[in-house]
Design a protein around this ligand. Structure first.
Ligand SMILES: *[C@@H]1O[C@H](CO)[C@@H](O)[C@H](O)[C@H]1NC(C)=O
Ligand SMILES: *[C@@H]1O[C@H](CO)[C@@H](O)[C@H](O)[C@H]1NC(C)=O
Ligand SMILES: *[C@@H]1O[C@H](CO)[C@@H](O)[C@H](O)[C@H]1NC(C)=O
Ligand SMILES: *[C@@H]1O[C@H](CO)[C@@H](O)[C@H](O)[C@H]1NC(C)=O
Ligand SMILES: *[C@@H]1O[C@H](CO)[C@@H](O)[C@H](O)[C@H]1NC(C)=O
Ligand SMILES: *[C@@H]1O[C@H](CO)[C@@H](O)[C@H](O)[C@H]1NC(C)=O
Ligand SMILES: *[C@@H]1O[C@H](CO)[C@@H](O)[C@H](O)[C@H]1NC(C)=O
Ligand SMILES: [Zn+2]
Length: 309
């Protein structure tokens, strides 16, 4: 390992500093450390057999009666969002303690720890991690939750095949030419200006709840599968819930993500295309509230058969 590190550092000395990742680091934007290299550099899990994200094939997803309603505890708290951080790979919000989820086919109560986002390059170059029938959305929000029984010890949670529960919400561009909508996202994105460089943190003033950010999404309709973290070390410890309906955010606010925060200092590139590519298909089920959609053709056929009866 020390030998390998020395080689990487030597090679780096010849490349511009800003564009060179430290040994053992990972990235989205360079051929030397982007997601195509993770199965080699983080071989323990990133080349596993239940990797995320995936494409969700809605026709293949069977309804599971165990996938009932969730209970969202303190998602209405106006003080839910504590700090906003630029990690150099994403922007992450730490949540206050006491926010939890249960139900939704989960085996126990999970504590909501943080949320972060994935995006492409503005609203026109989509950057969600999951795709649905091949469609990639502009952005995706991940709320990360860990089994309450681990008391916030994520080392223990990632060692359990269902230790984490991630909630994925797609973000889609609002139709029309409105700007600064919805209000909750206007408030949150305003604080991007306070975390423009890697490692910067900002204490978020009260006034934004998780319910405010998840506006307009019917949280009874979702897809479920067992997968992994989408960043190294890609631990296969995640019960994934991906909600069908997207959060609608105006274009100007979506564009702020790829034009405000940098991957390192202000002379480094803007954070763009921060998502992992699609991994091999996994079995996906859907909640009981999801509607079964018959094609018009099938309906006409069944009506015809009925008539002949
Ligand atoms: C990131 O920025 C810091 C501060 O300017 C600098 O010391 C460091 O070398 C940069 N890192 C990379 C990988 O460019
Ligand atoms: C990722 O790296 C591979 C080679 O390791 C390269 O072929 C590909 O173009 C890179 N993709 C991006 C987005 O940099
Ligand atoms: C639903 O839950 C029951 C009881 O926990 C379990 O036996 C069954 O296998 C589950 N069904 C599916 C499809 O996961
Ligand atoms: C992102 O989009 C902007 C504006 O369209 C463009 O100038 C920039 O080169 C793009 N960045 C990447 C990494 O593709
Ligand atoms: C988390 O659990 C691991 C394994 O049981 C333990 O070694 C570690 O000290 C714990 N971390 C914290 C912060 O309590
Ligand atoms: C946040 O950033 C804005 C815009 O740069 C600035 O006016 C404001 O003072 C900053 N707030 C804090 C608390 O740093
Ligand atoms: C969510 O969707 C379900 C199933 O279609 C429906 O019964 C329910 O009324 C919807 N809830 C809301 C708040 O729209
Ligand atoms: Zn994520």
């Amino acid at each position: 390992m020390i030998f390998l590190g020395a080689i990487v550092l030597t090679v780096c000395a010849f490349i511009s500093r800003v564009d060179c990742a430290a040994a053992g680091d990972w990235c989205y934007h360079l051929p030397t450390c982007n997601d195509t290299t993770w199965p080699k550099t983080f071989a323990k899990y990133c080349d596993g057999s239940r990797q995320s994200p995936i494409n969700i094939n809605t026709q293949a997803a069977k309804k599971d009666s165990n996938l009932t309603e969730f209970t969202f505890i303190k998602f209405n708290s106006a003080t839910a969002l504590k700090t906003f951080e630029n990690t150099g790979k994403t922007v992450k919000v730490l949540l206050e303690s006491g926010i939890q989820i249960s139900g939704g086919g989960l085996s126990e109560v999970y504590d909501s720890l943080q949320f972060h986002l994935h995006w492409g390059n503005g609203s026109s170059i989509p950057g969600s991690e999951h795709t649905v029938d091949g469609k990639r959305y502009p952005m995706e929000m991940h709320i990360v939750n860990a089994k309450s029984s681990y008391n916030g010890n994520t080392t223990q949670a990632v060692g359990d095949s269902t230790g984490l529960a991630a909630l994925g919400f797609f973000i889609e561009e609002m139709s029309g030419s409105e700007t600064g909508k919805p209000e909750s996202w206007k408030k949150l994105t305003k604080y991007l200006a306070n975390i423009t460089t890697k490692g910067q943190t900002f204490t978020i003033p009260s006034g934004i709840s998780l319910d405010d950010l998840l506006v307009g999404v019917n949280r009874s309709i979702y897809y479920r599968y067992l997968g992994s973290l989408t960043t190294p070390a890609c631990n296969e410890a995640v019960v994934w819930t991906v909600f069908k309906e997207p959060i609608k955010v105006s274009k100007d606010l979506i564009d702020l993500f790829s034009t405000t925060v940098h991957i390192n200092d202000t002379s480094s590139p803007f954070m763009t295309d921060v998502f992992r590519n699609i991994q091999p298909d996994l079995t996906v089920t859907k909640s009981s509230a999801s509607t079964t959609c018959y094609s018009l053709g099938l309906m006409v056929l069944s009506l015809a058969l009925w008539k002949n009866y």
